[in-house]
Design a protein around this ligand. Structure first.
Ligand code: GLY
Length: 317
């Protein structure tokens, strides 16, 4: 079927404080651009927004630099528990898993749950589902994340969060970050979807629930889609993704909805970021944290926010 509109795509690999490692920026840039190139080429061939979002999330989950899937951070008890969600803007269906362990791609479970009567499963339920689906058992642990956790345990878990990306120097650093991954796509038929996946904050207590599998952290309608990153509690308190999307659905422009929502978040001293697309193809991103690791394809070129450090709360194109 012939494409009706030009597809658009935006992804993120977390938000937080500056990258520590020498060359960290170029490594992250390459990692994000590879995902943008592959997923945008799929959109051009006519895949749906949801399919594109799932593929983008899989690629980011498989990259050990990012805090989702392989390379997820460890919780206070040394275990990895991951959360992911998918929202299809056309069907307005939200699905997800919360604190799932031993699977490679939590976003695939969120995709499966799109067509289930029970669409959000927590730890025990998601483990049962993985068993029913015969998802192979997978160890998402990396040496860097283990080293980071051991260092933190020695310091009695003083840091509020793990590093935004896994970097060799991070274990020696006291500079925290806020890792998550997310993808928002507008397909060639003007349909939107959003997906978000995370290993959580890192070092949290057992049972803590991330924003990434809540509408606060991931939301889409036929008007707009948003994926958030940052401190989950701050995102939940702002109800950020749903707030931006509903403002656009009620008639506000994406730029105004982002500016108003980030102005509020900044006033409330939140530490977070978000990526957004609307049905007209407008792209936006915002942060109150120091950096936002996002990249996008606007139909002509690839851009990213890795060196976007200015005082503006939002960017728009
Ligand atoms: N935004 C990821 C988390 O706080 O779990």
């Amino acid at each position: 079927m012939k494409l009706q509109v030009q597809p658009k795509l935006i992804i993120h690999g977390g938000a937080g404080s500056s990258l520590q490692a020498k060359g960290g920026l170029e490594t992250v840039r390459r990692s994000l651009h590879v995902v943008i190139e592959e997923v945008y080429s799929l959109l051009v061939t006519g895949v749906s927004a949801s399919e594109a979002v799932v593929r983008g999330c899989q690629m980011l989950e498989d990259n050990p630099h990012f805090n989702a899937g392989t390379g997820s951070v460890l919780q206070s008890d040394g275990q990895i528990r991951m959360s992911a969600s998918l929202m299809d803007g056309t069907s307005r269906r939200f699905s997800g898993v919360i604190n799932v362990s031993r699977v490679k791609n939590p976003i695939e479970m969120a995709l499966f749950l799109q067509n289930s009567p029970d669409r959000v499963l927590s730890d025990f339920g998601s483990a049962e589902l993985a068993r029913e689906l015969q998802v192979p058992s997978y160890n998402a642990l990396t040496d860097l994340r283990l080293k980071e956790w051991i260092q933190e345990r020695e310091d009695n878990f003083q840091r509020t969060m793990a590093g935004v990306v896994a970097e060799p120097e991070m274990a020696e650093s006291s500079n925290g970050g806020r890792g998550t991954i997310g993808v928002v796509a507008l397909d060639g038929y003007a349909k939107l979807a959003a997906g978000t996946s995370t290993g959580g904050k890192g070092f949290e207590r057992i049972g803590r629930v991330s924003d990434s599998a809540m509408p606060a952290g991931n939301y889409a309608t036929s008007y707009a889609g948003v994926s958030c990153t940052g401190i989950g509690e701050d995102i939940i308190d702002e109800c950020l993704a749903a707030k931006i999307v509903i403002r656009v659905s009620d008639g506000m422009s994406l730029q105004d909805a982002m500016l108003r929502s980030f102005t509020e978040a900044s006033k409330n001293e939140r530490d977070l970021g978000a990526i957004a697309l609307d049905a007209t193809g407008a792209i936006s991103y915002g942060k109150t944290s120091e950096i936002l690791l996002a990249a996008y394809h606007n139909g002509d070129t690839i851009g990213d926010t890795l060196e976007w450090n200015d005082q503006e709360l939002i960017g728009y194109c």
